[in-house]
Design a protein around this ligand. Structure first.
Ligand SMILES: [Zn+2]
Length: 277
């Protein structure tokens, strides 16, 4: 599932290639439920003739701004990919939206599992309201040691569940949460109120590190994630815990274990990430 580094990678690669380009056509919607607050006709009406003015990211959402303050948000969820391809390129299976740009390039939303969503907003304020209801501080741009300590204060939940809660901290998903907890040597079931200040600071630095390295390696391609030009990321070659059940911990050699927490897998080193108390 694309998390912050994958969405950031897509934003960075799309930005120089689509900002300034005008939309000439919108179509290809074969799955109306992917448009929770709009329709293909509304998208056509809002975007045709409009020029892309910004490509941004908030949490795991990709934001595309237009000249007249129209905004489109793409939430890729499980398997969504946003590809920029020449218009002549055959339309691949599971393409659910095509935005044609001047210069004969298509921005195509391809999503085999159909959990991805595309939203339309008529102003930045409208979009900000939508984001504010769903997202806490951004784990790349807003997070630091003091902020994490303040967010964790008076919280009692398990640390891994808090990290996955986008309203607590936006951008981290299952994979980067496991990697950050491994980096910080914290058991995923530790409760927020059991963490020492030193551990909280270690976790804040670990989150920053795994996200930054993930972006540097252009994201993790476990299943279907691809960059906007269709290339997979490289971070899957560098994972320390996630998906490595039974393989040696890169730090101490102990076999990584897998545990199910809230119906999701958690991978950690049982020797260094201890559940105390
Ligand atoms: Zn270890």
């Amino acid at each position: 599932m694309p998390e912050l580094p994958e969405v950031e990678t897509t934003a960075r690669s799309l930005r120089p290639r689509i900002v300034g380009r005008r939309v000439t056509a919108v179509g290809g919607v074969d799955w109306p439920r992917m448009l929770p607050n709009t329709t293909e006709a509304d998208l056509q009406d809002a975007l045709r003739g409009d020029r892309v003015s910004a490509v941004d990211r908030r949490g795991k959402y990709l934001l595309v701004g237009f000249d007249d303050d129209t905004w489109v948000i793409v939430h890729r969820k499980m398997s969504g990919n946003l590809l920029l391809v020449p218009h002549a390129c055959p339309v691949e299976l599971h393409t659910h939206l095509i935005v044609r740009l001047e210069g004969d390039q298509d921005l195509r939303f391809v999503d085999a599992r159909k959990f991805g969503r595309v939203y339309l907003f008529r102003s930045r304020d409208q979009m900000e309201d939508f984001l504010a209801e769903r997202l806490g501080p951004d784990s790349l741009t807003d997070l630091d040691e003091a902020l994490l300590a303040a967010r964790l204060k008076k919280r009692k939940g398990r640390i891994k569940s808090l990290l996955l809660d986008q309203a607590f901290l936006a951008g981290v998903g299952n994979l980067y949460a496991d990697e950050a907890l491994w980096e910080a040597r914290l058991h995923p079931l530790r409760t927020a109120d059991s963490l020492s200040t030193r551990e909280v600071y270690r976790l804040a630095r670990a989150i920053k590190l795994v996200l930054t390295m993930g972006i540097e390696r252009r994201g993790t391609s476990f299943s279907s994630y691809r960059d906007s030009d269709g290339t997979p990321g490289e971070n899957q070659e560098f994972l320390n815990a996630y998906g490595r059940e039974g393989q040696p911990c890169p730090r101490c050699g102990t076999a990584i274990v897998r545990m199910v927490i809230g119906q999701r897998s958690a991978f950690f080193c049982p020797k260094e990430q201890k559940l105390r108390g």
